[in-house]
Design a protein around this ligand. Structure first.
Ligand code: I3S
Length: 164
């Protein structure tokens, strides 16, 4: 699948690998399914792709390099053997220039972020993101600097685009 980049797309503000799960979709509770996603903040949108699209691949993101990706893999928690195989497959298919489509996109306008309470997840450093459309996501990284930067970036985006 090929993602055709809108020529008016500005370079992304932020990107990296985060652990993500939806917990609510259109106001309905859904089963958690934590996945490692290539995450891109672009304007007022947050885009997620399975695996990663760094370097020159989708979407343009200056910080999206192979070393950064490998570091994020090393610092992430140890998933099950099945998940490790799936992740290897994702990485194998996303390197080598092939572009990946965003798996899903979130409109941040009118949304909110907060640190997730303990009852939302047993993991450390979890952000709870709520959208105006009634989708709730948990976003996590094992690295507290990484997650703090995302928290700030998401808050900035939400306040910048609040009155659009
Ligand atoms: O909020 P929950 O239900 O305790 O979330 C955990 C489950 O989704 C679990 O999956 P299964 O119940 O389908 O096996 C996940 O493996 C856990 O990671 C979830 O909890 P955390 O605390 O990791 O978000």
């Amino acid at each position: 699948s090929t993602y055709v980049q809108d020529p008016s797309d500005k370079p992304s503000e932020k990107c990296g690998v985060l652990n993500v799960t939806k917990i609510t979709e259109n106001g309905k509770k859904v089963r958690k399914n934590w996945t490692s996603s290539w995450t891109v903040l672009q304007g007022s949108r947050l885009l997620f792709a399975k695996g990663q699209g760094g370097g020159t691949s989708w979407p343009y993101c200056p910080g999206g390099s192979l070393p950064e990706f490998l570091l994020s893999v090393l610092s992430s928690w140890r998933p099950s053997a099945k998940k490790r195989r799936a992740a290897r497959f994702d990485r194998a298919s996303s390197f080598g220039g092939s572009q990946s489509k965003p798996e899903f996109t979130v409109d941040l306008r009118g949304g909110s972020v907060e640190w997730a309470s303990k009852d939302k997840s047993s993991k450390k450093h979890v952000i709870e993101l709520k959208t105006r459309q009634g989708t709730e996501l948990l976003i996590q990284s094992e690295n507290d600097n990484v997650i703090s930067e995302w928290y700030r970036a998401l808050q900035d985006t939400i306040s910048t685009h609040a009155w659009e």
